[in-house]
Design a protein around this ligand. Structure first.
Ligand code: UT7
Length: 331
């Protein structure tokens, strides 16, 4: 019997309608389009407006698009993982609500949190369930409503992040396609450089924490940048080396969209020309857990069966790594 590998067999995505341009941000904080564009590559990002709409709203839309495209009965799904740093609520899993809303009545569901590496780590988790033979259909959704934890008076963070969601279905494959190798790492030294101080068990919400604006994301951008540049490039280079992939063998780099300068450093290290590098940071900014599946969705029609894809991400924690995957279908 041939070995079972875990392939991505469908993707879907959703971004909200409201476009927050650099020009709009100029009216909120002391910044300008030129600074944001040259330092980050971002021109605009999407923001979810509307009372009572959380991350689940984005996740459900992305999952529904996938189900519709694939003509898949949601009852066939075994497991739903929602990768997110901004769950609807602290305790009740967002994924459970998403599963019920899309009609996945035979699935169990849970959330996975590893900041900007959530989707990358989730790929490892989803693939492991498939490779073991335990489940046949795992839906991995990366979704974040970053606008819910952004301080729109802090120019160092509000220009970077946006809202969005993407979904990928993992299924067994016997042709050797799908996830081939992974190199995943974390280091708790990073927890003070990119964090939300309050609202967790360490510092529960209080009048004080609200007054001190501690329920918003804080980032020491310069330090995170240094770690991200080195580790994203290192892990991508490592996965190529381990799998004897030359720059000619790699068809696509799917890099986390945190900063165009980090993406460029990673692709340069891999020796890749720009045409092989997926990029949509200019339109969506950093959507945290959604960057990788949003890229897959945007570039889906250009992907061919057998293409060699290298995913790379870096995020808070710190968390980072790289995954080598062979694409499994022509759309
Ligand atoms: O996704 C998770 C991982 N996150 C990342 O990978 C993000 C990594 N970090 C970054 O992408 C970058 O560090 C930033 C985009 C956040 C910042 O870019 P930078 O080139 O590192 O800028 P900086 O923090 O060194 O600031 C340079 C200058 C400072 O002014 P002075 O001290 O030189 O006078 C800042 O005050 O730019 C100033 N500045 C701004 N100016 C206009 C900071 N933010 C802004 C702004 N508009 N929005």
């Amino acid at each position: 019997m041939s070995k079972i590998t875990a392939a991505i067999t469908a993707v879907g995505s959703y971004v909200p309608d409201f476009v927050m341009t650099n020009k709009i941000l100029e009216t909120l904080v002391d910044t300008n389009d030129e600074w944001i564009t040259t330092r980050t590559g971002i021109k605009e990002r999407r923001i979810l407006k509307g009372e009572g709409l959380g991350t689940s709203y984005l996740a459900i839309k992305a999952a529904e698009q996938l189900l519709e495209k694939r003509k898949l009965d949601p009852k066939e799904i075994d497991l739903i993982i929602v990768a997110t740093a901004t769950p609807d609520m602290m305790v009740a899993a967002t994924a459970a609500y998403v599963g019920s809303e899309i009609g996945a009545t035979n699935a169990f569901a849970y959330d996975l949190q590893a900041a900007c590496s959530s989707f990358l780590y989730g790929m490892s988790t989803a693939a492991s369930y498939i490779e073991s033979g335990r489940y046949k259909k795992v839906l991995l959704i990366g979704a974040d409503k970053m606008s819910s934890i952004i301080d729109y008076t802090d120019r160092t963070t509000c220009i970077i992040f946006g809202d969005g969601a993407g979904a990928a279905l993992f299924e067994p494959n016997t042709e050797g396609l799908g996830l081939q190798d992974e190199y995943l790492r974390s280091d708790g030294v990073g927890r003070n450089f990119l964090k939300m101080d309050a609202g967790g068990s360490l510092l529960p919400a209080s009048e004080e924490t609200v007054k001190n604006r501690q329920h918003f994301i804080y980032q020491d951008g310069k330090s995170v940048f240094k770690f991200a540049v080195t580790n994203m490039a290192d892990s991508a280079a490592k996965i190529m080396e381990r799998n004897n992939l030359s720059h000619d063998d790699v068809d696509w780099l799917i890099p986390h969209q945190a900063n165009k300068r980090i993406i460029d450093a990673t692709s340069n290290r891999m020796g890749l020309e720009d045409s092989k590098v997926m990029m949509n940071i200019q339109r969506y900014g950093n959507t945290t857990s959604a960057t990788l599946p949003l890229l897959l969705s945007d570039y889906e029609t250009q992907l061919k069966k057998g293409d060699n894809l290298v995913f790379a991400a870096f995020g808070g924690g710190f968390t980072w790594g790289s995954i080598y995957l062979k694409w499994a279908y022509n759309s």
